[in-house]
Design a protein around this ligand. Sequence first.
Ligand code: SF4
Length: 431
Amino acid sequence: MPTVATSRTPLVESLIRRYAHLPQEAIIKEDLLRGGVAFSDAALEIAAAHQNKSYFIFSFDLAPFEKMEGKEYRKAPEELCLEGGPLDFKRTIVSVRLNPNSPYRVAAEDGECYLELEGARLTGVAFRPRPEYYARKLSNGKPLIEIAPNIEWGYLIYLTVYRICQYFGKEEECKFCDMNENYRQQIQAGRPYTAVKTVEEIVEAMGIIAESDSASRAYTITGGSVTSQLAGLSEVDFYARYAAAIESRFAGRWISKMVVQALPMQEAQKFKDAGTQIYHPNFEIWDAGKFAQICPGKNRYVGRDEWIKRILDAADIFGPSNVIPNFVGGIEMARPYGFASVDDAIASTREGLNFFMSHGVMPRFTTWCPEPNTELGDENPEGAPLEYHVRLLDAWQETQAKYKLPAPPGYGDPGRGRAVFSVSAFMDVAR
Ligand code: SF4
């Protein structure tokens, strides 16, 4: 990699050297996810003709819309495919997190895009062609891109059916989460953004996708937590209807995934009965004290010990490999609650990985994006250190090998040059 006299490049180079058993692609992918990427005007114009960023659940940006002078959010692509170039990159799919001040920039020359770090060219960049169905609308006029966007290079249809979380305000919202803020921002920007998608809208959208798309292999149903009722229904009854409706119409067409809270066993069983195959009761952070501080709503309404019990109970229903709790990789180091040293943060999360994987349950990561307008993002605009993210990949890979677990289902192929999971590099290092 060409070296320039700035601080980012030497750090990236030294981590690639120190962790030579990890793919360089995974290290740069983590850096792009933790700190975002900028675009030149020419690159944005090219991106605009491709599959655009759909804001499928959170903002996943490091700047709010009002700070994006180039209105990047209107033209940015959903994902980058990095390949070739001076680093001879193997194909790597990365979710786009906009940051006009990032040292990484997608630029263009002669109609071709490339990724540069502090002005030095790293790899080629391609964008995914816009799926045919993105131009379509439902019978009620709503655009498909808003109702049923896809991510992971087309592998996953992402159905955020409820765009608000009932954990509300400082005392309840998870302190890294901008779901409610993002909803406000999207509405203020005049974008179509449906708070509660109906079962009929989802089934109609899936029918159009089933006819016109051959890339998707899985769908996720998700949304904010329901602490009391929504549309007169409890959390499980609200979300299970979508899986039941899709599966009764398109049985087996896609892998069915559900990302909701950890629910009691008899409620989780309702998801299974509705046709859900993979259950993601997201755990976010392992350390008990930090779980309470960073996820105060989950801690108060459910509690950490009960959350863990429910995850293990769910393994009896779905099978351990089909229970995949998400951790938000990096919040362990976020001020004011996080660990001060990378060693301590890794030791804590490694304990959590060992605990779950010893039961055959395999956690996965979303790389923390320090979104502004969240408490942790405001306090830590630079995110967690890249070294933490790299060592987390190392710890995850080592723990997977220790317990001889297969790559988790529902994420596509694992490994360098094959993975499509785009919001962390864990599948890029999975075996
Ligand atoms: S439970 Fe936490 S992470 Fe999930 S949507 Fe609500 S505030 Fe966000």
